[in-house]
Design a protein. Structure first.
Length: 94
């Protein structure tokens, strides 16, 4: 691969981990960095779906149906336990 040379300053722990990853993968450090940049680019380009949030907010404003946060927290904290709570039903809250 023909590439360009860059000087990047990283902390000692990152340097050690980067070299370990290269050895684990049987790659050069530059290949590990290229994979990391590609992954970061893929994650960063996703971004939030604000249109979906706006759509759901509009539905709520029209119906006033929802579940109070405390009930959601109680339900989620029961997951995986004996006596797991059923999913709370939306009701008029506003």
């Amino acid at each position: 691969m023909i590439g360009s040379r860059h000087t990047v300053e990283i902390d000692a722990d990152t340097d050690v981990r980067l070299r370990e990853m290269a050895v684990e993968r049987g790659q050069d450090v530059s290949a590990v960095l290229a994979d990391a940049v590609a992954l970061l680019d893929a994650i960063a380009s996703v971004g939030p779906d604000v249109s979906e949030d706006a759509r759901r907010l509009d539905i709520y404003r029209q119906s006033c149906l929802g579940v109070p946060l405390d009930e959601i927290k109680e339900w989620v904290s029961s997951w995986g336990r004996v006596g797991e709570l059923p999913r709370p039903n939306p009701r008029k809250i506003g």
